[in-house]
Design a protein around this ligand. Structure first.
Ligand code: SF4
Length: 385
């Protein structure tokens, strides 16, 4: 199982919380699309023996592209890669880019999944975040997408916003449930350096929501979505039975993927590669057959830590057997020691050799992952070696 991600680094407006690589200057759009096609063609050999099961146009805002431009990218993939007949093909879309006509066209060119950046059903929150769309547009676009026949729709929400009350957050989650979508991703607001929110926080214009309120919002989210029949399959992701994001799940399950476009990452089990986060440098490299990426060969420690971070995030957890067979005795020793610590405290469960976060562990997942990570000069192993 393999995937292709294409990064479209264009947005019509900057959201105040966002630190993704993007620009609101669309003047290089046509040139960039030519570059993306060239990268897709030139890297096809990396996936020569692989069936492509997921394609994901993300960004940025790929819904700013014209239908013909999106179609061109999908056609280039199909012409150069072995795409499975039932591949999951996702478009990230902003609600205000969608109309019934556009949704029909998107379905017609092959998209079978939409990931919609809704973020909130409160006008005040949308304004605070500098989102382009209104609440009415968000609700309308989900309804249109369903009417058009999209049977796999995901919406993104953000909690932990400044001054957001528990009641306001609960209302958001309940509206999402009423819309009867198949997938919901909900993220706790992070103040990334370089964003407007970060500056306002530093200047005292915004006040961070206390951690205990964000945690209660997380609890509300989990409770309501579970009651509504969603599976909580990754820390921030919920789906109707079986309807996981196959593309994102392949990141969490360490499957091979190709990342196309500026700032996109690729992974092939032994190495990680990332393209430059600059449209100009990316295009200069592509157009002149020069390098536009860096590659890192993964050490055993990197692979172990990646497996821990991605595995613990999900219901599929960490396999003790895999740690035993794939990693050295020092990794195994460290893993077992931390596993026992968190089994005793009730923060992880272990069933048939698979270690997962327990419901209480979910709330301190960052700390648990940090403890499980392995640093090669770990003193606990030295003492027995
Ligand atoms: S959140 Fe999405 S739409 Fe907003 S600036 Fe970031 S990439 Fe663009």
């Amino acid at each position: 199982m393999s995937g292709i991600y294409i990064h479209i680094p264009f947005c019509r407006k900057r959201c105040h919380y966002c630190d993704f690589f993007k620009t609101t200057d669309l003047s290089q759009k046509v040139r960039l699309l030519a570059g993306l096609k060239r990268e897709l063609e030139s890297r096809a050999s990396e996936m020569a023996s692989e069936e492509i099961n997921t394609i994901y146009l993300g960004g940025g805002t790929p819904s700013v592209l014209l239908i013909d431009e999106q179609h061109d990218l999908l056609k280039t993939i199909c012409q150069n890669y072995l795409v499975s007949g039932d591949a999951e093909i996702t478009l990230e879309a902003n609600p205000d880019d969608l109309s019934q006509t556009i949704l029909s066209a998107l379905k017609g060119i092959g998209f079978n999944r939409l990931s919609m950046g809704v973020q909130s059903f409160s006008e005040a929150d949308l304004k605070l975040m500098n989102r382009r769309h209104s609440v009415v547009q968000a609700i309308q676009s989900v309804k249109w997408a369903k009417k058009t026949g999209f049977a796999n729709i995901s919406i993104d929400l953000i909690y932990g916003l400044p001054d957001q009350t528990l009641e306001e957050w609960e209302r958001n989650v309940r509206i999402a449930v009423e819309l009867d979508v198949q997938h919901i991703s909900a993220y706790n607001l992070t103040y990334h350096e370089g964003t407007v929110f970060y500056d306002r926080l530093k200047k005292g214009i915004l006040k961070e929501l206390p951690d205990e309120i964000s945690l209660q919002q997380f609890e509300i989210l989990i409770r309501i979505l579970k009651e509504a029949g969603f599976e909580h399959y990754e820390i921030s992701n919920f789906c109707k039975p079986g309807l996981y994001s196959q593309h994102n799940s392949s990141y969490w399950k360490s499957k091979k993927y190709l990342g196309i476009g500026p700032s996109a990452h690729s992974f092939d089990f032994n190495s990680r590669r990332w393209n430059v986060s600059s449209i100009e440098n990316y295009l200069h490299g592509i157009e002149n057959n020069q390098s536009y990426s860096e590659t890192e060969i993964l050490t055993e420690q990197d692979r172990y830590n990646d497996y821990i971070i991605t595995g613990l995030r999900t219901v599929w957890g960490i396999s003790e057997e895999l740690i035993r067979t794939e990693f050295s005795a020092s990794c195994l020793f460290h893993f077992l020691k931390i596993r026992d610590k968190y089994l005793n405290s009730g923060h992880v469960n272990c069933t048939s050799g698979t270690v997962c976060l327990s419901p209480v562990g979910l709330f301190i997942s960052d700390k648990i992952m940090e403890d499980f990570m392995f640093v090669s000069n770990h003193s606990s192993y030295k003492s027995i070696s």
